[in-house]
Ligand binder design. Sequence first.
Ligand code: B12
Ligand SMILES: C[S@@+](CC[C@H](N)C(=O)[O-])C[C@H]1O[C@@H](n2cnc3c(N)ncnc32)[C@H](O)[C@@H]1O
Ligand code: SF4
Length: 507
Amino acid sequence: MKFNDSQITSVKLVSISFPGRDLSLAPVSIKSYILKDPEISKKFSVHISQYDINTSNEDIFQDLETGNEQIYGFTVYVWNFEKILALAEKLKETNPKRIIVLGGPEASGLAEQILVKYEFIDFVFNGEGESAFKSFLTTKDLSTVPGLVYRKNGTVLSNPEAQMKNLDELALPYESQDYREYLENSKTPVRAAIETSRGCPFSCAYCTWGERKMKYFSLEKIKPAFEFLFNHPKVRTVYITDSNPFLRKERSLELLNFLIEANKHKKSVTFEVSPEYLTNERIVELISQLNNEEFAFGVQSTAPEVLSRIKRKFNAELYRKNIKLIRQQNKAVEFWFSLIIGLPGDNYSQFIDSVDFVLKLKPEGIYFHELLCLPGSDLYKNPSEYGIEYMEEPPHKLISNESFPHFEYNQAKELAFLIYLLHRTSNLKQSFYDLFEHQNGQGLRLVDYYIQFQTFLKDQLDVLDGKSIQDLTSWFFEQTASEFLQDQHKVEQLTHLYHSFETGVTS
Ligand code: B12
Ligand SMILES: C[S@@+](CC[C@H](N)C(=O)[O-])C[C@H]1O[C@@H](n2cnc3c(N)ncnc32)[C@H](O)[C@@H]1O
Ligand code: SF4
């Protein structure tokens, strides 16, 4: 890009995130990396602005406008794309000289389409942004900028991506002044994120992480970063963002031993893994000593038909074994499992088989996610191959799935919400587990008791409080359940109805 050499060009990196979290890693990493370049630090001033997703567009716009930025670089995810588009349009409309740049997973998956559709967006980056953005700010020839998608003579051109070869060249968040200040100024302790690797060697069809070569930060590099987070009073929990943080045996053993030793204040270290890939018993033992209050395990589906369609492995025995091992080591640990509703090849009956598998592991709760057809994923690229149709607009929910009729999908979602709610209602989770144990041998599966209770509740209590299940995105299960639980009268009603149901079943 050609910038005026005689004056400083101002760049704002913008992220729109969730409350209770730290400063997003993407702008922090990009800023730290590009400012290592003497030419950039001389000619550019770079600022980071982060906003809560619940902040109104008017307020964000006013704040963004006050600076005299020439370049706005937004980090785009599926949850903030619409907000960013509205902001970008207004920024451009009020001053056409502003340069609007998008990066991040959602923008990467839609790069060409964005430039075709939205004239107020100038550039989109595909993939990793650190060295690509540096090249953008320093080169005069756009065709050399890795991953850049841009317009030339009315056509949209797309440069090949270049991967960072050595992650140790990047700064970790704690090395950044912005990150430290953000923590200091945060009113309450946050959930801090840290990357120890990038990529994923697997290739689940719904995910955008897969088939990317694994790259690692060295342990020497990440150890002080963890120490900083463990010892910082404004850090509540530490969240490892990796796809599968404990894949390599020797590295995992060293890292886990270190984490256990360094975590003096016993903060929770969270991450999501698929127990499929935990094949070493010592690693599982060490994971259970991490002092976690909570473990999140990806299941997604247990149905062979679905697993083969989405190209994912599943080994029920290994699952059970690992969960049992962790439980033996750490009795207090709470397990959460993730299931996706609406996967290709799935249907109501198979979905409840998956739910039953998970329930039998007696989790604290289940995260149910409606299937999103994420740009860049195989599902998004080849919907007809998977027998699905999805919404073009974010969050790219399903319109149809040939194996999972609408009615069944909503039924599954309704059951999912009920289970989520029951597991959040004190004692009721255990009541179902006890009921099942007590009734064992009656030929019913654990999930069947939840289904029977769902039928029993009909016309007696509306757990959705007038909302239609179709309009409730699974993202809002937590908020909807919390609203229900704040109403003492409703909680009493639910508990009372459960007891009537239980009496009916056992008598
Ligand atoms: C932390 C995280 C979250 C956090 C929120 C994070 C936040 N800051 O607000 C939580 C836990 C809330 C979350 C939730 C969800 N998440 Co999430 N999450 C992540 C995770 C693990 C890490 C993100 C991160 O910081 N990465 C590290 C940074 C450095 O990487 P990056 O963001 O990709 O940025 C690089 C490039 O994209 C690029 N770049 C980024 N911004 C910019 C800007 C410019 C100008 C340039 C040039 C380049 C550039 O350069 C960066 C450095 O190389 C990612 C997976 C991953 N490892 O990336 C998934 C991921 C972002 N999540 C994803 C999804 C799908 C979800 C959920 C929708 C899952 C679900 N079904 O519920 C929910 C939705 C949230 C909701 N509404 O409740 C997808 C997003 C796909 C998409 N199209 O946006 C990801 C990519 C995982 C996946 N499945 O593929 N998530
Ligand atoms: C990206 S996954 C990674 C977890 C881990 N690597 C695994 O394989 O289980 C994190 C969680 O987000 C949810 N998720 C990921 N992609 C999704 C999609 N396209 N639609 C709905 N949920 C999704 C899944 O439930 C998953 O458990
Ligand atoms: S779901 Fe997990 S294992 Fe599968 S590709 Fe995504 S990150 Fe990798």
